[in-house]
Design a binder for this molecule. Structure first.
Ligand SMILES: O=C(O)CCC(=O)C(=O)O
Length: 241
């Protein structure tokens, strides 16, 4: 699935777009399933929050739902998780497994950027730093609705200093579009980034949703280490039962 050139590009740049991973029927399945999550047809108590940190009692600006495949385990048997695992193993090694998944939706006309950050800043320190994220576009991702931007080679540099804004909101650091590359995507295509790659997305200024389904992979032994320390990406330190 991954060519030698793509592997080199990922290793050197810290990100990699891949086109047409899901076919028409698969895209339809994920679109419908995604809407079921957004419309609260699944119980996502304690797993759903507004990543923007903005207190708007009428609506969420950036909806984040953690661990959809824990809520609906059938997802693990569907192509996104299966193909995602193959991609992760080809890029970073046979011992890669799914660590967690999440949904991030930017609602229409909400215009809230996802701040610059590196995912590793969110995680406990790992002796084996291999990790990658696969960001699947459910809708077409454009500059106007908040496609991803990546800072090439940033995964090779020390983590930037991150801070949490006062009140609530996502952990963030300094970054610029000038040093970065935008990655617009068609539905069913994906963009992969290393756990240390600096990234961000603009706000959604369009009349439609910008839905992304995201899978994160790391070595099996590191996932076991995380779980032993009570860290399962549910947003709570303790493992949920
Ligand atoms: O979807 C977004 O806007 C941000 C996604 C992100 O930060 C991630 O997948 O690590």
């Amino acid at each position: 699935m991954i060519s030698h050139e793509q592997l080199n590009f990922f290793e050197n740049q810290g990100f990699l777009p891949l086109e047409n991973i899901l076919d028409g029927e698969e895209k339809e399945f994920y679109s419908q399933t995604y809407d079921s999550f957004i419309n609260n047809e699944f119980d996502t108590t304690d797993l759903r929050s507004d990543l923007s940190g903005v207190k708007d009692s009428n609506r969420e600006l950036i909806t984040q739902i953690m661990l959809p495949s824990r809520v609906y385990p059938d997802l693990l048997r569907h192509p996104m998780h299966q193909k995602g695992l193959e991609i992760a193993q080809q890029l970073l090694g046979e011992d890669m497994i799914l660590d967690f998944d999440m949904l991030i939706n930017k609602a229409p006309k909400t215009n809230q950027p996802t701040p610059w950050h590196q995912d590793a800043a969110y995680w406990i320190d790992m002796p084996d730093k291999r990790a990658l994220s696969i960001w699947f576009a459910i809708d077409e991702a454009t500059l106007e609705n908040g496609c991803m931007w990546y800072t090439p080679k940033s995964h090779k540099l020390p983590l930037r200093e991150h801070h949490q804004p006062e009140g609530k909101g996502a952990l963030q650091c300094q970054g610029t579009e000038e040093e970065s590359t935008a990655v617009p995507l068609k539905p069913g295509s994906c963009a992969i980034h290393h756990g240390h790659t600096l990234h961000y997305s603009r706000g959604n200024t369009t009349n439609s949703h910008r839905r992304a389904f995201i899978l994160n992979f790391r070595p099996q032994r590191m996932v076991e280490l995380e779980r032993k320390q009570g860290f399962d990406h549910s947003g709570k330190r303790k493992l949920r039962v």
